[in-house]
Design a protein. Sequence first.
Length: 123
Amino acid sequence: MTEKEIFIEKLKKITKEFAVDIIFFCNALKTCKASSVVEYQLVKCATSTGANYRSACRARSKAEFFSKICIVLEEADESDYWLEIIDTAGLSDNKKELTRLRKEANEIIRIIGKAKNSSFPNK
């Protein structure tokens, strides 16, 4: 396996684990109307991050990869947004896990942002 293939597989694993960790985290949110809305949105975008990354890896052209990687970046950033809302609104008592997940989201954003910038179709 090449270094690039190893990196791709590692990032697939990271985005999948992020999605699963978000699901477990959301299952422990405080029960209220707001939590159910925020939980739905967060699970949706966190799982979409990994699913769209896998899709980007199967892109048929540089332009298609760029388009899909932009979606991954949007979904990862949205995940961080909802985690920030949970923190600000006090919807979780698990500050340690919330901090870890925000750090993970921002790491994914950083990595995907670099991939996006280096894959612009006109380069």
